[in-house]
Write a protein that binds this ligand. Sequence first.
Ligand code: SF4
Length: 407
Amino acid sequence: MTTSNAPPIVPASGMGLYVHVPFCKTKCPYCDFNAYQGIEDLIGPFLPALMAEIKCWGETLAHTAVKSVFFGGGTPSYLPPGYIEQFLSSIQTSFQVDSGAEITIEANPGDLDATACASILGQGVNRLSIGVQSLDNDLLNLLGRRHQASEAITAFQTARQAGFDNVNLDLMYGLPNQSMDQWRQTLDSLIDLAPEHISLYALTIEEGTPMHRWAEEGKIPEPDPDLAADMYQYARESLAEAGYHHYEISNWSLPDRACDHNLIYWQNGPYLGVGPGAHSRLGDYRFWTVLSPRDYLNKAATWADSGAKPVAELIEPVLQGIPTLGGWEHISQETACSETMFLGLRLLDGLDLKAASAQTGIDLAKKFQTPIKDCIQLGLLELDGTCLKLTESAYLVANQAFTRFLE
Ligand code: SF4
């Protein structure tokens, strides 16, 4: 197979950059992310490895523009002081980072004392996402979190005092043994803190996790979907009353404080992921690095030696040969259209079919005429001019609509 007519993967107008940090001090029993405890010996080698990967991609992607940077994981705040600064410096050298780019770091409350907050802010991070999860100590304990409720509140206040003016707080609901009263208290206390952004996730018990085993052994009750739906409804009403805009199924923000980085995903835009297991979507390709941090580090030396890859060489089949890549796939136009629909419909203000058709080069209203009509008849979607959106009653059953756009 030749690569001469393969499409380029350099984005025309900037991309999001995701940095995966796979380290956690302790592994939470419900977590199935690519995150590990007890591999602190790899933290040192991770620094040069990730910097080599960033440098290589910078050269490969012709130092393209970056609109947002997101340090996720894992627990990026668990990294030693100075790491984020060096990663950011490497990113600044390798790419053109927009002057107003949103730069987010995910943090555990226990890591955020005054010194850490000042240091993170001083390193160029301008948005903090704190994993609060609950403000009930029994539930935090069940979730295996390292912090107490009071520490989460103190961490937020400390971040504010340090100067963070763009903070997201994550909460989970639908937890085993969680009562509606507990949820109300947690959410009301969270709203009192007045963060700029709030993300709420229903617990899903994933196979292979300790929590899945506990549920099978009857040690914890299975989550109650009706109660979880009531909790979601309570959140919708309380957050609306407090002035938050419900802009995505699981996300609320104060005006102009939606997460720029996640908007790139929902708008099916281009992004590069670096670090173990990180996914990228550039041009018509999706690719991902090896999951295992140890394998990632073993291959990183090759990255450092390899230098830039001409764009044409990144395209199939040579893409398989990039040392830290774990895999790749070509995104067909069909798939791109489906993804644009079901990702865009997660945004509750709706998907502008005209703009999305221009983005994909296909008339989406025509292509998806039947599923759109069916979803409207079922009360899952509504159409206002060219704007297609989920009905309020479909927010928790949105997959019933999304699956109809998969071919
Ligand atoms: S801190 Fe986050 S990434 Fe780490 S184990 Fe817990 S849930 Fe997973």
